[in-house]
Design a protein around this ligand. Structure first.
Ligand code: PMP
Length: 405
């Protein structure tokens, strides 16, 4: 059992009032709050050893470089990657996916080739492939979603063919919380000769990730969903694939040597890290990983699963509430509509009670179209949430329903 009260004390923002009420933060799928250790790591970097990395020989530059590279080691362990050269720092999941689309995609996708994504993808795992397909005259195929918010796996298998070059799927849906059978997907994609990208934006905080066991070719995630800073993400790629890929952005750090005639790309992972990176936030990301490791992902997952179950018990009996997505395998997200009430109005009334939820399409417009709704109200849970907060949500929702209907 984890001591939630002690954990809550580590998050300063949880002490604040919103509209005169204690904050109930249930928007964790959008971004998680930050523990004091992460905030301290940021302040410590800027107040003690701010310097540009990799290029300096002075003490501050060496300290900053060591701290930056230490985070890479921590991420390697977090994802169970084979080597630290496979860990590329990005601005977030979005940039990781775009990196693959702009480099691997432009090199390997041609006319008539097919890319498979699913019907529950975030826009950042849709639009980069639309851009690529338009440029290359390739075809985007979509795995349908059933009424429970699960992937139709038979349909997925029948979409695979020798035309399939890439399968890019989220491990957990940010709108519905569905956990997808990515291992099965990766295996089948490989059997068809395709490579795979897993969008781990939501899963990295809830599941143990082992990219070698999954055998995915790429895995993208964001630090801010894992109690870390915004503006930092990770793209994992298998070394042989990364080595064969052309460079992404050009600039400092990503080169070995430059003349006016040509340039030689740097070794991995620096080949894909052009320019001065987000040093402070990368450094502080390590504190977030240590925070998660200190509690243990399985303990966090068990706490969140209990909260999810409790929340479903509290909200389902409210007759106006219709759950969207009831996947058997689900993590930390409860998405629902209230018949006759717009999600945004619900969100405003809940905010007036200090309750932060997300309302709208959650960057998944095609999924909302699938369910023929404009959007949902989404409550998403993190390690610091409590049953009392779920009670506050249920009470707040009933109040909102009375006001709106
Ligand atoms: N994919 C999924 C499933 C997400 O939940 C998100 C963030 N909401 C993203 C991609 C994009 O992540 P970021 O905005 O951190 O780049």
């Amino acid at each position: 059992m984890i001591d939630i009260a002690a954990i809550r004390q580590q998050f300063p923002v949880l002490n604040r009032l919103v509209k005169g009420k204690p904050l109930v933060y249930l928007d964790n799928a959008a971004t998680a709050q930050k523990p004091q250790v992460v905030i301290d790591a940021l302040v410590n970097y800027y107040s003690q050893y701010n310097a540009n990395i990799h290029r300096g020989i002075h003490t501050l530059a060496e300290e900053a470089t060591a701290a930056f590279e230490d985070t890479r080691n921590a991420v390697q362990q977090l994802l169970h990657a084979d080597s630290r050269e496979e860990i590329i720092f990005t601005r977030g999941t979005t940039e990781g996916i775009n990196l693959v689309a702009y480099t691997w995609g432009r090199q390997n996708i041609g006319k008539g080739d097919e890319i498979i994504i699913s019907g529950m993808e975030h826009h950042s795992n849709i639009v980069p492939w639309q851009v690529l397909c338009a440029e290359k005259e390739a075809v985007l195929k979509i795995v349908p979603v059933n009424d429970n918010g699960e992937l139709e796996m038979e349909a997925f298998h029948s979409l695979l063919s020798d035309k399939t070059k890439l399968v890019s799927i989220c491990q957990i849906s940010n709108s519905l919380g569905t956990i997808n059978p990515v291992k099965e997907i990766i295996k089948a994609a490989h059997a068809a000769g395709a490579i795979t990208l897993i969008d781990g934006a939501q899963s990295t905080v809830h599941l143990d990730i082992d990219v070698q066991d999954l055998d995915c070719d790429f895995f993208a995630c964001s630090a801010h969903k894992l109690y870390g800073p915004t503006g930092v993400g990770v793209l994992y790629g298998k070394k042989a694939i990364l080595e064969a890929m052309p460079v992404f952005m050009g600039g400092g750090e990503m080169i070995k040597e430059v003349s006016y005639q040509h340039f030689t790309p740097n070794e991995l992972p620096y080949k894909f890290e052009a320019g001065t990176p987000n040093i402070a936030d990368v450094v502080a990301f390590k504190a977030a990983i240590e925070f998660v490791n200190g509690i243990g992902k399985s303990a966090i997952a068990a706490h969140e699963a209990a909260l999810l179950e409790y929340a479903a018990e509290q909200l389902t009996p409210i007759k106006e509430v219709r759950m969207i997505g009831r996947a058997r395998n689900r993590a930390s997200v409860l998405s629902f509509v209230v018949e006759g009430a717009h999600p945004q109005d619900l969100g405003i009334i809940l905010d007036n009670q200090g309750i932060a939820v997300r309302t709208g399409h959650h960057c998944c417009q095609p999924l909302m179209d699938r369910f023929a709704i404009p959007g949902t109200t989404r409550a998403s849970f993190a390690v610091y949430n409590t049953k009392e907060e779920v009670d506050a949500l249920a009470k707040g929702l009933q109040k909102a329903i009375k006001m709106l209907l």
